[in-house]
Design a protein around this ligand. Sequence first.
Ligand code: ADP
Ligand code: ADP
Ligand code: ZN
Ligand code: ZN
Length: 732
Amino acid sequence: MSRDIVLTGLRQNNLKDVSLRLPKERLTVFTGVSGSGKSSIVFGTIAVESRRQLNETFGAFIRNRLPRYERPRADRMENLTAAVVVDQKPVGGNARSTVGTMTEIHPMLRVLFSRRGEPSAGPATAYSFNDPQGMCPACDGLGRTMEPDLDRLIDPALSLNEGALRPYPVGGYVWQLYARSGLFDPDKPLRDFTEEERELLLHGGGFKVDRGGYTNTYEGVVVRFTRVHLKGGLNDLDEAVRPLVRQARCPACGGARLNAAALASRIDGLNIADHCAMEVTDLIGLLERLDDPVAEPALASLRRIDAVGLGYLTLDRGTSTLSGGEAQRLKTVRHLGSSLTGMTYVFDEPSAGLHPRDVHRLGELLLELRDKGNTVVVVEHDRDVIMLADHVVDMGPGAGADGGRVVFEGTPGELAASGTLTGRMLRRRKPLKAATRRPRGWLTVAGANAHNLKDVTVRVPLGVLTAVTGVAGSGKSTLATLELAARCPEAVLIDQSAIAASSRSTPATYLDAMDPLRRLFAEAHGVRPGLFSFNSAGACPACKGRGEIKTDLAFMDPVTRVCDVCGGSRYSAEALSYRVHGRTIADVLAMTADEAARVFDLPGVGRLGELGLGYLTLGQPLSTLSGGERQRLKLAHRLHERGGVYVFDEPTTGLHMADVDTLLALLDKLVDAGNTVVVAEHDPDVVKHADWVVDLGPEAGRFGGEVVFEGTPARLARAATHTAKHLAASLP
Ligand code: ADP
Ligand code: ADP
Ligand code: ZN
Ligand code: ZN
């Protein structure tokens, strides 16, 4: 029996007939530049096929209730085992999901409290904020209440006719409910309303008003807003409405989410909410002192959280506030607790967000998973994780159409001695920059105290590149994205949040290049621009502008085939009958950004080349871009905003060491154009390239939040902080 997973003739996405064998029960790392095809093998082929084959083992009744997977494009895929994907997708925005619930430590604490709590509130559900028995009745266990933000809802200086109801345009339906109610003088500014009039406008209701011919029940602005928009939980809030809503701590439970009986039950003077508000490292100490076997399962999980470098988290932290890297490491913790063996675990850059200090502990956990008898497959850029692998597959040589081949297979040692780009990068030890730029001036951020920051005052140099460093949880993101960006009105913040995109978004739509392109075609031929949109008038009637037709038969895998009417172009025959520079609109969307930039003058498209994305086609669906590609596309879109101050949160996530060089060249360009650039980062190559470093620490969470070093990288290399030690060790 073969010990290997055998893959033959892989052609998913950009893969060029790739064949390879992966050793089972070993740690295999996939490397290569962003867009080379790592995810296409690991997620797009191995994980998908393994799930598809697993689903096939069920009867039709169950199979019809499982997600359907299409067979990846490949000749043969053999010896796969059941796959578990641990990725950086945010862990659901559900307001009821906390670090404690997702790691299943909260239920363990509930059992502990039902046994040891004084007085006991009852069985374990009496301590659950997601169960009617335990939840605070005032906020239904959410810990927060929501109310309309009056400052944003009304403008007291204006009258109804002048648009005092900010979200509701004059003349619109909602505006009419008030301005045409006959209850108010529509020309009187709201600040001149009597107390009664104001009360009626905002909170009145319950009576009928005649609106010229028909009657309806009057509701004050706040009453109506609350009924229409705030009836669901926080996460049901419409994006558009969110800015109009103020959240407040629930007055009944003080944010603890639990009812009085649950909160009255204590162990050594602390209730379950107090336990969940403690940092994991502190909670470990507390439970160890309790010395009770009932606490052991919780302790084992808490120690794993600490081991993945997340000891600064609290169990009551909402999962929607976690970064992608934090979320992924928590998912890892959950799987480490499982006793399943013989699985294939698939990770997407598990080191994301981790300081070099903590990477080896993460590596140990991956090896622990392997040693339980699992196959572990990881996409990674971090040298330390690569060097831990039993086997490495290096993809390349380039990105997109220039990638899709295996350029190296073997041990990490052999890779580091090889001539591939990754091999050369692994050998490289970048020196410090010869000379740092001189600041043009200083911006002082005084009294920064968000999250764990301890009232710090930081000077940020203007007109240079600054790195904000420190171990994970020390406060880098908080300082850079919350405190600094909030104090510079012109700051452009580029963080890790996903780009909002519909299934029909493409680089062209995202960069706002689609409208000019449609106008160009329309004006050249004297027709409507809508004809050149596959979302409206120009859509191929057969596939409705999708370009493909999906056949989903009950007992078979879904099959997607290219629409034979439009040949996959998505456009109607009429739209395709018009040409500009000899090309149809579909031809243009099939051009790479580099080609298109040479022929057409379209916003943003030329910048894709500078960001190393010149190989993307204008019409490639955004859903198909790799994480690194998506981030750089976002950069291309945001970089033309003239900010003066650019703040980046861990921009190297998803980037190969060679991609990091491209990114640094781009940051240099920004600085040389007169901008101030601040980057929260842990990658030593970025730190070496900075002109100035603000190092936070000394540790994470409660033990962090202080400035432990400010100065040039050369001085940092001689200092004694965690970042300093790793910087010094990485120099030639
Ligand atoms: P990596 O993981 O190495 O960054 P990916 O495997 O995500 O690279 O992508 C490899 C190439 O295939 C990229 O150029 C990407 O844009 C392209 N690609 C990925 N998914 C799709 C898809 N569904 N359709 C078309 N192209 C795709
Ligand atoms: P870093 O960027 O250095 O990893 P962060 O700024 O993300 O650190 O976190 C610093 C501290 O602030 C940590 O203790 C973290 O748990 C806390 N924190 C960060 N974001 C939030 C949030 N949305 N809600 C509550 N605490 C947070
Ligand atoms: Zn409450
Ligand atoms: Zn079609």
